[in-house]
Design a protein around this ligand. Structure first.
Ligand code: ZN
Ligand code: ZN
Length: 196
């Protein structure tokens, strides 16, 4: 059973929009975050409510935005659930029903990064900053996981003994197994790549 505040919120939102109310299915989960699904064809919204109350509110409002909002369009082969028109409805609901802008940006942007682009376009205060810091975080991640750097330029392998191992004298890499057998038969070239 949905809690009374949720039933009241659904009633208010649908009355204000002049639409019928969905059947709300509600269940509780032990995790903090909530999730939801809206099925227009079944006339229902299902919420799996986590323990964080603000997240319950935001999730229900998000699903209500699907309920009120435009029928999802197809674009580039997939259904665009969260497009500009959707966020036009959703941001309006969040603000009218007491979700602070900063919370909305952090939570909606955390789940759906494209929300930040729509929030900027909609002029939500703080959206520029949230978008910029996300872009910075993505760049930082790309730097860490980006293409490897050349640590030692391409060179002809020169095999040398190093105790019980054989290494390339130029880059120091240990050469073993089939590679070693092949390099003993004929010269090969090396390039040493790495991160750091
Ligand atoms: Zn959604
Ligand atoms: Zn080498």
């Amino acid at each position: 059973m949905a809690p009374p505040w949720a039933i009241e919120l659904v009633r208010q939102v649908c009355a204000a929009a002049g639409t019928s109310e969905p059947a709300v299915r509600w269940r509780s989960a032990r995790r903090a975050a909530s999730s939801g699904v809206t099925r227009r064809s079944l006339g229902s919204i299902s919420v799996t409510a986590g323990t964080d109350e603000l997240d319950q509110h935001l999730t229900l409002l998000h699903e209500l935005a699907h309920w009120l909002g435009p029928v999802p369009r197809r674009g580039r082969g997939r259904v665009l659930h969260h497009d500009t028109r959707f966020y036009g409805v959703a941001f309006d609901l969040y603000r009218r029903h007491g979700i602070p802008d900063a919370e909305m940006l952090a939570r909606e942007g955390g789940r759906y990064p494209s929300a930040l682009r729509h929030a900027r376009a909609a002029g939500i205060p703080g959206a520029d900053g949230a978008w910029l810091s996300r872009r910075e975080a993505l760049r930082e991640r790309a730097r860490r996981t980006g293409p490897p750097r050349v640590l030692v330029a391409e060179h002809t392998v020169r095999l040398v003994r190093d105790g019980r191992w054989t290494r390339c004298a130029v880059c120091g890499v240990r050469v073993v197994g089939p590679t070693l057998a092949r390099l003993r038969r004929r010269a090969g070239r090396h390039i040493l790549l790495g991160r750091g």
